[in-house]
Design a protein around this ligand. Structure first.
Ligand SMILES: Cc1cc2nc3c(=O)[nH]c(=O)nc-3n(C[C@H](O)[C@H](O)[C@H](O)COP(=O)(O)O)c2cc1C
Length: 136
């Protein structure tokens, strides 16, 4: 099922915002604002894979947020594949790959908006994430 087809139009969504859309903000917004779709803050794939603490902190959500989408960023296709499994296992309704963050911290390491300069890698990342979801 593709939830984008099921939710009411025009869609009012809670955009992903680093340092803002954390677990409590998302819960309060879902409870009082009721957006049609909710995104987590972006989460680095290294942290998501190697640091369970980060994973629990950033990828905790409540049922009232659904549909809820996990946003991730990085530049290693094989980790996108593995983290896609984690996102599925945690029960998210979608996985969003950040390719837009221009902040120096993110783009200088070749992630986020920097991927526009590496279209081959961007394609590999998308394919790896998709495969991760399909193989799960
Ligand atoms: C503080 C802040 C943090 C953001 N963090 C993210 C992020 O983690 N991932 C992302 O895709 N966009 C991020 N964005 C971009 C927003 O999701 C949104 O696309 C942007 O603010 C434009 O939407 P607007 O025209 O409604 O303001 C961030 C924006 C702000 C202001």
């Amino acid at each position: 099922m593709n939830f984008w087809r099921e939710i009411p139009k025009p869609i009012i969504g809670l955009a992903p915002m680093d340092g803002v859309t954390d677990v409590s903000f998302r819960f309060i917004t879902a409870k009082h604002g009721g957006p049609d779709v909710v995104f987590t803050e972006f989460v680095n794939i290294q942290s998501a894979f190697y640091s369970p603490h980060t994973l629990i902190k950033d990828f905790t959500y409540s049922e009232i947020e659904r549909p809820v989408v996990a946003q991730i960023y990085g530049r290693a296709p094989e980790l996108f594949y593995k983290v896609a499994h984690i996102v599925c296992e945690l029960g998210f309704d979608g996985l969003d790959i950040n390719m837009g963050c221009p902040s120096r911290k993110v783009a200088a390491s070749g992630c986020g908006a920097a991927l526009i300069r590496a279209p081959e890698l961007a394609r590999e990342i998308i394919r790896a994430a998709r495969r991760g979801v399909e193989d799960w």
